[in-house]
Design a protein around this ligand. Structure first.
Ligand code: FPP
Length: 256
């Protein structure tokens, strides 16, 4: 059943989609804003602006079709290497996005969360993000994880530090450390691993995204640049996911 998104009536057709086998958690590497702009003779800024538009549609669609967790890679720990002017634009787009979308997301029961170290973001941006998380923390709909100043390796090291701290304070016994316990120290402690990781613009890399959590994810790479990725594209990738066979290192049922 399609949930009604308050303030927006769009038609979503779930043809050929198995509603009982939707991924619980979809994670997206939103890549190709720059190339999208270049192909049109536009400044990179316009690519990022159009990327925000694409994000709006995808969040709404994910919520409407009943995806429970959506994680998007909005700013990586490596993105600080970009020119200061582009970093500034990405930060102001993020702030503007939250300003403009927060009410609608809140009304639609979306819970906004952050992965990554937001304390290194410009103060005003960090405050905006924290406010959005606080305001939506009791919502029960889509959990929308914004990966901001996020890197998988940094996250794993931070988890290690937490574990070492807890072991030295006798809050964790060394022999109790296992995969499940380790995962509780990650930024995604409250989320299941993504079943589906989508990357746009044809690049076949994880780029330091959810390194621990994506161990068994199905990865779908699409050729479209992120600003062209729309609701139909999301449904297409879910169809591809549903046609994959997930074995988690095992063998096919019929071969048993
Ligand atoms: C990759 O495109 C995208 C990013 C570095 C950031 C993702 C940002 C957005 C989708 C827009 C902003 C959204 C928010 C919420 C701030 P690229 O610049 O690496 O593209 P390229 O590889 O073609 O150069």
């Amino acid at each position: 059943m399609i949930k009604i998104w308050k303030t927006h009536q769009n038609k979503i057709i779930l043809d050929n989609l198995d509603k009982d086998r939707l991924p619980l958690h979809v994670a997206i590497i939103m890549d190709g804003n720059g190339r999208w702009a270049r192909q049109r003779g536009l400044p990179r800024t316009m690519g990022h602006r159009s990327g925000v538009e694409a994000l709006r549609g995808i969040v709404r669609c994910a919520s409407q079709i009943g995806i429970k967790y959506l994680t998007v890679y909005a700013f990586s720990t490596e993105n600080w290497k970009r020119p200061q002017s582009e970093i500034g634009i990405l930060m102001s787009l993020l702030k503007e996005y939250i300003r403009l979308e927060l009410e609608e997301l809140h009304r639609n029961d979306v819970k906004i969360c952050v992965l990554g170290n937001i304390h290194q973001l410009p103060k005003d941006v960090g405050e905006e993000v924290i406010y959005a998380c606080e305001k939506t923390k009791n919502n029960n709909g889509l959990v929308f994880n914004l990966a901001l100043n996020y890197g998988g390796r940094a996250e794993i090291i931070q988890a290690f530090q937490g574990i070492l701290h807890d072991i030295s304070n006798n809050n964790l016994a060394r022999e109790d450390l296992n995969e499940e316990v380790f995962a509780k120290y990650l930024d995604t402690a409250d989320c299941p691993d993504p079943e589906l990781v989508i990357r746009t613009s044809g690049e076949m890399r994880l780029s330091n995204f959810l390194l621990w959590q994506a161990a068994y994810s199905e990865i779908v790479v699409v050729e479209e640049c992120w600003p062209d990725f729309n609701e139909e594209s999301l449904l297409d990738t879910i169809r591809i996911y549903q046609n994959r066979e997930r074995r988690f290192g095992g063998i096919k049922k019929v071969e048993e």
